[in-house]
Ligand binder design. Sequence first.
Ligand SMILES: Cc1cc2nc3c(=O)[nH]c(=O)nc-3n(C[C@H](O)[C@H](O)[C@H](O)COP(=O)(O)OP(=O)(O)OC[C@H]3O[C@@H](n4cnc5c(N)ncnc54)[C@H](O)[C@@H]3O)c2cc1C
Length: 447
Amino acid sequence: MAQRVVVIGGGGGGLGAAGGAKAVDPSAQVTVYTEYEDVAYSPCGIPFVHGKEIPSFEALFLAEKQAYVDAGIDVHYETRVSSIDRANRTITVDGEGTVGYDSLVISTGFVYADPGVPGAGLDGLYYVKNIRDAMEWDKRLDTVKKAVVVEAGPLGIEMVTALAHRGIETHVIDPNPWCLGELLDPDIAEVVQESWTELGITMHWNTTLLGFVDNGSGSVGGVSTSGGTIDCDLVVVATHKQPNNALAVAAGIAIGTTGGVIVDETMKTSDPSIWACGDVCEIPHGNASLPLQGLTGSHAYAQGKVAGANAAGGSRVYNSVYIPWGMVAGKWMIGGAAFGEVAADALGMPYVLGVAEGISRARYYPGVKKVKVKLLAEPGTLRLIGAQMIGGEGIKERADFLGVAVKKGLTLFDLATMENVYSPPIGALNEPIAVAAQNGVAASRSA
Ligand SMILES: Cc1cc2nc3c(=O)[nH]c(=O)nc-3n(C[C@H](O)[C@H](O)[C@H](O)COP(=O)(O)OP(=O)(O)OC[C@H]3O[C@@H](n4cnc5c(N)ncnc54)[C@H](O)[C@@H]3O)c2cc1C
């Protein structure tokens, strides 16, 4: 009889798991449950449709529903799983009753942290996630004159920029002293925020949300903050991503300090018949052995492949993470790998710093952009422990490379003498990473 692999969740993690299971055992009966109307769309593109950089939501759909039918993956749309019975290896599905499994993958993703203030039930509070909801909110954005974004984390940064591009008067409030305050170094944030000022965005730092204000007819008319009330027609609530762990908690599966499901290197949970992947999990950081939660869609998908393959009888491993990251923020791209100065300081990690301000193409080539690179290295060995960057282009590729460099233990000496591509339209003679490393080596010698 075919083994039954059941996946709860149809996001990047869940679909990665379904595909991973089928790849290992094509005869497996793979069933996916999702509360949403769709699978296989990119939520990552939603802010850019709102900002009118992408013309339509249709572009964000990556595959037809028929593709999953053809692949032998049975997706149950708009179907909620309400509980897991580990002893009997069954789940309870709304409208379907009890469903058995041989192996189960939990990929229930994230929820935005409850802002925990009065007025949370008002109309006009937008939690950006489901594409069908986003399509409706997009129509409403045509009528919005003034919006407030609550918290300048990764999604908040994208939404602030998108709303401004859309011509909406945009305010952002955040309890931190600058954007992405728990991660981003202030010198990088300052450049982003200058560009936000140019885009007409009003920033309220060190500002705590106290409540959402009713406009008198059940819709939001403003936000009450520690710095006063800001009138608005719409609020984007972009609070921290938290693991959507209710099912796992109720089933008695081990949960870590971050609230994420604990998994081993095969993505197996504390129950030998249950795997987990994506934002519902916590994953150790490679250098600091720190559990991390709320990573990215690309992490979720890669974890899903491993979890699904192993749930179907495979033997794959998911390694610790070093987190190359990047995004557009205002008129700039920002990115990095592992730790910048803010995170290293918070963790009490000593470091040597190498900084360079370079260029993305030959200085005479049209379209040349600035690129600032900061490298953090362990004192003594000068082993790379992190990087942070801002520039006009080429940040993603450098972040990916520096993620591998941290993982592989490269040093500033290695990077100072790295070979690099020099071709006027795509790269300058002096690679900013190499120059930053040379400066870091010099700084360590003069320290
Ligand atoms: C607006 C936006 C922008 C983003 N931008 C980026 C980006 O630029 N780069 C990037 O890498 N990532 C991005 N992400 C990805 C994101 O941050 C997450 O990392 C990713 O969505 C995690 O995938 P997941 O499969 O773990 O969970 P989710 O995507 O949260 O999916 C969870 C799934 O579980 C289902 N589910 C939950 N509970 C139940 C239940 N009880 N029963 C049945 N089904 C259930 C849901 O219906 C959903 O299908 C973005 C996400 C959003 C929303």
